[in-house]
Each structure stands twice: as C-alpha cells, then as structure tokens.
Design a protein around this ligand. Structure first.
Ligand code: NAP
Length: 234
C-alpha cells in the first residue's frame, strides 16, 4: 500500500515544495487550502508529473476550528497519514501595541490552534499504529524577538513549545516529531517585497531538509531543523 502525507497549505510555497518532494517518492498526497482553483491546478500538475499517486484535496479555512475538524474527519475517512506536515500559516506585520484588533486571534488560530486541533485528530491512531512522523512549520521568528511581527513570533514560539511537548509525549509510541524553523524563504508571501530572489532560501531546500529528516532510520529523530539564508536573516 502507498504511504501517505498530509500537508496543510499545499498549494503554494514551502507546502507545495514538500508535496512535490514526497510525490516523487510515490506518496499519496492529502492537502487543503482556502482556494479550490489552486487545489485543482495542483492536482492537474501532479497528475501529469506523477500519474501513479493518489491526490486528495479539500478546501478548509484552518483559522476556523470547525473547518479544521471537518477536514480532519474527511482525511480520516481515507487514511491516517504516515507523515503530517502542519505547514499552513499566516504572517501579518505589525507591533503588539499598535496592530489592528483581530490580528492576534487570526494568527494564533491559523498558526497555532489549527495545529493543535489537526494533530490531535491523528495522534491516537498513530499511537495505536506505532508509527508516524509529525512536522510543524515554525520559523526563525519563533526563536527571536521581532519588532514588526510580534504576534507572528508569539504564534511560532508557542508552536515550538507545542512541538517540543508533543515530542516528549510521542517518543515511547514510535511516533517522530520534528520542528522546522526556516528563515526567509522565497514564496508568495514575499512577492513584491522588493528584495532579490537570490537573497532568500529556496522552498525546495526546506523540502529537502524535511525529506532528509523523514528518511532517517527508526532509531533516530531530528528534533529541530534550523535553516537560514546563507547571508543571514532578512
Ligand atoms: P505561502 O506561500 O503564503 O503559502 C501558504 C499556504 O497556506 C497556501 O497554500 C495558502 O493557500 C495556505 N493557507 C494560508 N492560510 C490558510 C488558512 N487559513 N487555511 C488553510 N490554508 C491556508 O506560505 P509559505 O511562505 O510557504 O509559508 C508556509 C509556512 O512556512 C507558514 O507556516 C509560514 O509561517 C512558514 N514560514 C515561512 C517563511 C518564509 O519566509 N516564506 C519563513 C519561515 C516560516 P490559501 O491562501 O489559498 O488558503
């Protein structure tokens, strides 16, 4: 039977690069985003490049608990993924003391709460199966204090804490848990920023790091991956 990977926010950027990396290895792909058209286009591309794999996609707005849970139930109707990549996230610039009302809630719900809800939907089955690998897409911003991105950083610091705790819970159940903390990576989120593309990391390099962590022997787990642009943070 084919292995399966669930990547949230798989239509663009880092999530998309991870999907293509695992599709090349024959994994069935499960993903979501808010935009049906992008999910359809991704499916068409994968069908051409990797006709043998399964592609299962559904719209879900992960900032809403009921949509996370409905998406999780839909996936569970097909599979319990071998690999779960909690990737979807949102960055809204702003400072804690001045940002608009609601930014905090949106970023915390999208970047943190959705990961808690979605992960919990699969952990019991992974524990019973005694296998699985759960990744969370943190950020360098989850290790550093930022003046113009405070709430984003808070959500990613909390995500790192979540992932560290989950690692402790899962270690005796043969379920691996890994935090990824990329620096600035050229994706849709940076388009129009006026910074040359060469200054950024490539999304495909983050995907390589994920693949490499996944591919280790059962005895080892990569707990944290910190990966930065060669010229340092932006
Ligand atoms: P991106 O290019 O903006 O793509 C984000 C993906 O997530 C898209 O597929 C988007 O599709 C989906 N998405 C966004 N909000 C969603 C929601 N509420 N519900 C469901 N899907 C949603 O992002 P990226 O730059 O690849 O970033 C991916 C992850 O890496 C994020 O967690 C981000 O914080 C983290 N990260 C990025 C960088 C960077 O420099 N790019 C650095 C460190 C960490 P729709 O918009 O259609 O929903």
């Amino acid at each position: 039977m084919s292995k399966s990977i669930l990547v949230t926010g798989g239509t663009k950027g880092i999530g998309r690069a991870i999907i293509f990396k695992f599709a090349a290895a024959g994994f069935d792909i499960y993903t979501c985003s808010r935009t049906q058209q992008d999910l359809d286009s991704l499916g068409e591309e994968l069908k051409v490049e990797y006709p043998g794999i399964g592609y299962f996609a559904k719209t879900a707005d992960l900032s809403k608990k009921e949509e996370v849970e409905a998406f999780a139930q839909w996936v569970k109707g097909h599979t319990v993924p071998d690999v779960l990549i909690n990737n979807a996230g949102v960055f809204l610039p702003g400072s804690i003391h001045e940002e608009p009302e609601g930014n905090f809630e949106l970023m915390m719900h999208t970047n943190l709460f959705s990961v808690y809800y979605l992960t919990r939907a699969f952990t019991q089955a992974m524990v019973e199966r005694k296998s699985g690998h759960i990744f969370s897409m943190g950020s360098i911003a989850g290790m550093t204090a930022y003046g113009n991105g405070g709430t984003y950083a808070i959500s990613k610091w909390a995500l790192l804490g979540f992932t560290k705790c989950l690692r402790q819970e899962m270690l005796e159940h043969n379920v691996k848990v890994t935090s990824i903390m990329p620096g600035a990576t050229f994706t849709a989120s940076w388009e129009g920023a006026g910074i040359p593309e060469e200054r950024f990391m490539k999304a495909s390099d983050v995907a390589e790091a994920v693949w490499s962590a996944y591919s280790m022997s059962p005895q080892s787990v990569v707990e944290e991956i910190v990966i930065r642009p060669q010229l340092g943070d932006i």
